[in-house]
Design a protein around this ligand. Structure first.
Ligand code: ATP
Ligand code: MG
Length: 232
């Protein structure tokens, strides 16, 4: 459903300063799959998510979403697909400080219909922050704000979720809540999660390992012997 062929991304325009953030990337994610994107800082995880979601143009290569070539669409067509089909969870979450939590979540649907309202409240409940619905983002902790951003990303039932370090500002217990919510969407949603923290990927179907802009390996959670075990 999302496929990247022969992607590369070069930063810098001077020939001798060319820097490959990504090279020779071939990647496919099927509908309903959760794929972890792992690798050290600077290995290209965020760059890959940006390109797969159409937020960034690759230097070479092609991104297919179903049969559509994302990097040949106009800005408007791309924005339409992103709004309708994609959900984003980023490290920096861009909440609007003068709106309440509930209204921040509702911005993605741009509607105050009762059904959306109820869905938003129910997501906040699942994430354990329904009591904060009428607060403003600046009145909340970093972790709580991250959960608001997650509720916002999930509200319109996206077909693909791009999550860049979705649990970075959360403690382990809250990280688990967030990953359980994401895993609960798996059958209808493709979920791509970039992270340093493999312990959150227990429920992933597979993980790709990145190194210096390349995919060097694909693993499955069961391949990792040292998976984090909940203390008894
Ligand atoms: N705007 C930019 N201009 C130039 N180089 C960039 C830019 N953005 C990223 N890079 C470089 O591209 C490479 C890949 O960066 P990217 O952010 O994709 O890595 P990452 O795996 O997400 O890292 P992290 O784990 O720190 O988030 C890095 O070497 C980075 O320095
Ligand atoms: Mg990153």
């Amino acid at each position: 459903m999302i496929e990247a062929k022969e992607l590369s991304l070069i930063y810098g325009n001077q020939k001798d300063e060319e820097y490959y953030a990504l090279r020779d990337i071939n990647f496919t994610a099927e509908g309903g799959e959760m794929v972890g994107i792992m690798g050290p800082s600077g290995s290209g995880k965020s760059s890959l998510l940006y390109i797969l979601s159409g937020l960034k143009q690759p230097t070479t290569g092609t991104v297919y979403y179903h049969n559509t070539i994302l990097n040949e669409l106009s800005a408007n067509e791309l924005a339409g697909i992103r709004r309708k089909d994609f959900g984003f969870i980023f490290q920096r979450h861009f909440l609007i400080d003068y709106l309440t939590v509930l209204d921040n979540v509702l911005t993605v649907v741009n509607s105050n219909e009762k059904a959306w309202h109820e869905k938003a409240v129910s997501l906040l409940e699942t994430l354990g922050i329904a009591h904060l619905a009428l607060k403003k983002p600046y009145q909340m902790s970093v972790g709580q704000r991250q959960k608001v951003a997650i509720a916002r990303a999930l509200l319109n039932r996206p077909k693909v979720i791009f999550a860049d370090e979705p649990t970075a500002s959360l403690d382990h217990c809250n990280a688990r809540i967030v990953m359980d919510v994401l895993a609960g969407l798996k059958s209808q949603t493709t979920i791509l999660v970039a992270t340093h923290d493999e312990s959150i990927l227990e429920q992933a179907d597979r993980m790709i390992q990145m190194w210096d802009g390349r995919i060097i390996k694909t693993t499955r959670p069961s391949d990792l012997l040292h998976f984090y075990q909940e203390p008894k």
